[in-house]
Design a protein around this ligand. Structure first.
Ligand code: 4AZ
Length: 253
């Protein structure tokens, strides 16, 4: 997160730092994710498709960590027995490197009693398109600047404003293609999501409480004036998420 402030992870207990390790690799990659609930005894985590390694991998989802450099938080817990992954079947990287349908589900067999109250509310398919300027937030453990070292590893949050998709598409004209149906853009001067935040939640708070409306997908570097962060628009994927959970949890025929 560029230009945000450190927050208490208890305020967003659905956020998990996702540590992904490809088989045989000595290093791991970091992404953001959110806990969307349980089904069939599995715990489902939503992240970005571009976070998922091509080959086999192991995943660890770390909740309630103030600082991933230290394992000493009393509340911190992890899910470690990843059993399954499904990336959206239409996930693509276009020739201009823009990403489409950038979402994936990972599910875990193990559990933790704290999860029972940690589930995020996802925007449903009838969730409206927020107008230009609406207040949203993004949080993550990622880099504080583009190309910078990812060694802060504290949970930070940036306060952003929705950039209407026609304006966002204009901003990115000739750079990235933006599709209003499946993407939502957000920006604020000096604030943005960045490397290592991918997959993490973009939140909007309405009268009913916080709702996850997007997940970190891509952008031109980070916090560059005129180049908003681009997020997967979750209201467009309610059906895919629900049917994938049913299909993979053994709950549907
Ligand atoms: C990245 O490279 C990345 N400003 C993530 C988010 C954004 C840009 C780049 C959005 O993972």
């Amino acid at each position: 997160i560029v230009g945000g402030e450190v927050i208490d992870p208890v305020s967003e207990p659905w956020i998990a730092a996702l540590v992904l390790t490809e088989s045989g690799a000595s290093s791991s990659t970091l992404c953001g994710s959110s806990y969307i609930g349980s089904a069939g005894g599995y715990q489902y985590i939503l992240t970005a498709a571009h976070c998922i390694p091509d080959g086999s991998f192991s995943a660890r989802a770390v909740f309630l960590s103030n600082d991933l450099n230290s394992a000493s938080d009393s509340d911190q817990y992890s899910l470690t027995q990843g059993v399954g992954v499904r990336t959206h079947p239409d996930f693509t990287t276009a020739s201009d490197n823009s990403l489409q349908n950038d979402l994936a589900l990972i599910w875990f067999e193990d559990s933790n009693s704290k999860l029972s109250s940690a589930q995020v509310t996802l925007a449903s398919s009838d969730f409206p398109r927020l107008s230009n300027g609406a207040n949203v937030t993004v949080s993550g453990y990622g880099a504080l600047e583009y190309g910078g070292p990812n060694d802060d590893l504290q949970l930070r949050q940036a306060d952003l404003n929705i950039v209407g998709t026609s304006k966002c598409a204009q901003n990115y004209n000739g750079v990235f293609s933006i599709d209003a149906d499946v993407q939502v853009c957000a920006a604020a001067p000096g604030e943005d999501s960045c490397q290592g935040d991918s997959g993490g939640p973009l939140m909007y708070t309405d009268t009913a409480g916080p709702i996850q409306i997007g997940l970190v997908s891509f952008g031109y570097e980070c916090a560059v004036q005129g180049y908003p962060g681009v997020y997967t628009r979750l209201s467009s994927f309610e059906n895919w998420i629900n049917s994938t959970v049913l299909d993979t949890s053994g709950a549907s025929s």
